[in-house]
Ligand binder design. Structure first.
Ligand code: MRU
Length: 337
């Protein structure tokens, strides 16, 4: 299986794979300051909730390190970087948590701040491997057959994490165990994380897969051609509602209609008990150009406007299970995280 370090720390710099260039080019970028990290987050060069947590923490670490080198006020640099980074994307709670953890560590000095960022990096790798094992066990117990046809959305793989994935980590572990007949990856309009990134990871892990347009999924699910839906999450509210990439809710509704499991795989860090329900989760609204144009070419008539919510919320009663590194929660049965 592929083990990609989508984000890493190397000799005082943050190293990322530029995910906007995949699958055609594998370009590595070295980020030297928090402004570069913020730009990489906003443009989705680095993306996915767990990787955003790491980026937030390491972005703060960069700020501390650069200020110390310049001989300027480290505390002030940390504060400014934290505000900048936390404001880049509002939905994934992991980002704010990563930033907050590094800020708290910064009272211990630059080395302590860097160590906090690296600890999140290493923990993310470990945690997602545990999610993969637990999720594959769960799929084995939930699904009616062993040769599973699994539908996933967006990219919740190693590229969205560090080394392993959440939803795609479950798929990878199940594939390693010989449980997977086929993976259906929705292309994920408008930025095509499914077609570009998940397909790239599936090809590298040698799993059989098809790319679907998002609108094809419900028909295949309700038509009995899918055994389980497995997705990641950007934030899970205290009542079990799940925010994930826009389009996820439609898969959950189709899964309920078809009577197949709808499984969410996410680290404990994605559960936000301070957010009571899905209605309280801030949903990022991105630029309308992402919808009105395709591959740089305008598709909608001049003068058209667009809505571009990047995420939607699946209500808890549609969520068969949330798999974390520690436990399986059953929101549809009324269990709360
Ligand atoms: O806008 P993105 O690409 O950052 O959205 C990513 C998702 O919605 C993922 O499914 C989620 O972050 C889980 S990643 C393990």
């Amino acid at each position: 299986m592929l083990t990609v370090r989508a984000i890493d720390w190397d000799e005082g710099e943050v190293v990322i794979i530029d995910q906007t260039r995949l699958p055609h080019e594998e370009v590595t970028l070295r980020l030297q300051g928090p402004d570069q990290v913020a730009e990489a987050i906003t443009t989705l060069r680095v993306r996915g909730a767990p990787a955003l947590g790491v980026a937030g923490a390491l972005g703060v670490a960069l700020a501390a390190a650069r200020a110390a080198e310049r001989g300027t006020d480290v505390a002030e640099a940390v504060r400014d970087a934290a505000a900048l980074l936390a404001a880049t994307r509002p939905t994934a709670v992991n980002l704010r948590r990563g930033v907050d953890t590094a800020v708290a560590a910064s009272t211990g000095g630059v080395e302590a701040t860097i160590a906090a960022g690296i600890a999140i990096l290493d923990r993310t790798d470990m945690v997602t491997r545990a999610i993969g094992e637990r999720g594959a066990d769960l799929l084995g117990s939930l699904a009616k057959q062993r040769d599973l046809r699994i539908l996933t959305h967006c990219n919740a793989g190693a590229l969205a994490c560090v080394g392993w994935g959440t939803a795609l980590g479950v798929v990878a572990t199940a594939h390693d165990r010989g449980m997977v007949a086929r993976v259906l990856t929705c292309e994920t309009r408008p930025l095509l994380q499914g077609a570009r990134l998940t397909a790239w990871e599936l090809a590298r892990m040698g799993a059989p897969y098809d790319v679907l347009v998002d609108g094809a999924a419900a028909g295949l699910v309700v038509g009995g051609q899918v055994d389980a839906v497995v997705v990641g999450a950007d934030r899970i509210a205290a009542n079990g509602d799940v925010a994930n990439k826009v389009g996820t809710l439609a898969h959950a509704l189709a899964a309920q209609r078809a009577g197949i499991p709808f499984v969410v795989a996410a680290p404990e860090d994605t559960i936000d008990l301070d957010t009571p329900t899905g209605a309280d989760i801030p949903i990022e609204e991105r630029a309308s150009d992402e919808v009105l144009a395709f591959a740089g070419q305008r598709t909608a008539p001049e003068g058209s406007t667009a809505r571009n919510p990047a995420f939607d919320v699946t209500p808890a009663d549609l969520v068969t299970a949330v798999v974390t590194e520690d436990r399986v929660i059953r929101p549809a049965r009324g269990e709360h995280p």
